[in-house]
Design a protein around this ligand. Structure first.
Ligand code: UD1
Length: 353
């Protein structure tokens, strides 16, 4: 049983579901409903040819406690109704990842965690709490980068549970990149290939504080004087931009603000970008796989492999560092096991378990 619910889950789990289907595994999908806007969920699922969920928990938005608690209760109920479930597969680090792992572990159902072992060491990030606790609850830990295994071993997790398989988000990218290239989404914005900066920002640490968001807004206005800037806006960020008029200032400076894009459109904009400015985890990975320069507006990353072997550069805490962002042609990067076949390796381990 796969538990998904937020945008990045769909991208990471689609190839795992496909690979298990190819091996004849009986599967079900539970959608927690954390993301519910069409752009955040239905359109993503359609682009990824994701199977229709068997159950939909409709938990919606709320505080972390509310959201995690509602998923815990709803997912436990599903497991109680279906005692034949032999494995729960969760991905990434969103609230549903932890809630579903906890419900399963308490009922004695083994948990597999896709993207285990990532650590930012920043306990103020809700995702870090979700990652550490989910790994502790998991019987099978699938890692995607070299630093993950020592992170897990250092926390006392037995080596026999850990499987280095690679990155399923890059499996999706490898599958859909040719279609994304053909889509040429940048043309719809009147942009030249590799001649613009793509921006995504949604972390609470960047967008929830109005003073900080205003300073980021000013830096983006300066950036737009040097490069065209396109900014698909996450619903969390959209709400914050409307308060305080930052969105109006960005629009006046020529920043192209759009609704969140579905998977193929966004991947197309990533592939065609000359630089990406982000605070997302997955976007750091996709930029590195595409060879597009990536500037991350955070002080830490749980994905250091994107700095060591990819294109990622940590800007740190000060929004003024956005002035470092500049476009450049893509350069090829090879990260071990980011080869488009991670989900097949996961499915082999699961089928053999
Ligand atoms: C969640 C994940 C984050 C991931 C991100 C990807 C957690 C703790 N965080 O953050 O790790 O990078 O998804 O997008 O699970 N909203 C809508 N429509 C939606 C979904 C959300 O309007 O479909 C709004 C709501 O006002 C909500 C806010 O966005 O309060 C934030 O959504 P939430 O699900 O709490 O977290 P994300 O910021 O999306």
């Amino acid at each position: 049983m796969h538990a998904v619910g937020a945008r990045p889950n769909f991208v990471k789990m689609a190839p795992v579901i496909d690979a298990l289907r190819d091996r004849g595994a009986k599967q079900m999908v539970v959608h927690t409903g954390q993301h519910y806007d069409a752009a955040m969920s239905a359109d993503m699922l359609e682009d990824l040819a994701f199977p229709a969920p068997d159950r939909f928990l409709r938990v919606g938005s709320g505080t972390h406690g509310e959201q995690t608690g509602r998923i815990l209760i709803g997912f436990e109920q599903v497991l109680l109704e279906l005692p034949q479930v032999s494995l729960v597969v969760v991905g990434g680090d969103v609230n549903g990842t932890l809630a579903c792992a906890l419900a399963a572990a308490k009922l004695g159902v083994p948990v597999a965690h896709v993207e285990a072992g990532l650590r930012s060491r920043d306990w103020a990030m809700p995702e870090e709490i979700n990652r550490v606790l989910t790994d502790r609850l998991s019987a099978l830990l699938f890692t995607h980068s070299p630093e993950a295994e020592p992170n897990l071993i250092g926390e006392g997790i037995e080596a026999g549970r850990i499987h280095a398989v690679g990155n399923t988000m890059i499996d999706s990218l490898a599958r859909f990149a040719p279609r994304a290239e053909r889509l040429a989404a940048w043309e719809g914005f009147g942009l030249d290939r590799h001649g613009y900066v793509l921006v995504t920002l949604h972390r609470p640490s960047n967008v929830d504080d109005s003073g900080r968001l205003s300073a980021i807004g000013e830096a983006l206005c300066r950036l737009a004087e040097r490069h065209p800037v396109v900014f698909p806006v996450h619903p969390r960020t959209r709400a914050r931009l409307q308060q305080g008029g930052v969105g109006d200032r960005l629009a006046a400076a020529g920043v192209m603000l759009t609704a969140p894009l579905p998977y193929l459109g966004f991947l197309s904009l990533e592939a065609g970008a000359g630089a990406i400015l982000t605070d997302s985890g997955g976007v750091q990975e996709e930029a590195s796989a595409l060879g597009v320069p990536c500037f991350t507006l955070r002080t830490t990353t749980e994905r250091p492999v994107t700095i060591d072997l990819g294109t990622n550069h940590l800007l740190g805490d000060d929004p003024a560092t956005i002035r470092q962002v500049t476009t450049a042609p893509p350069r090829p990067c090879a990260i071990p096991l980011w080869d488009g076949h991670a989900a097949e390796r996961i499915a082999d381990v699961i089928v053999a378990a």
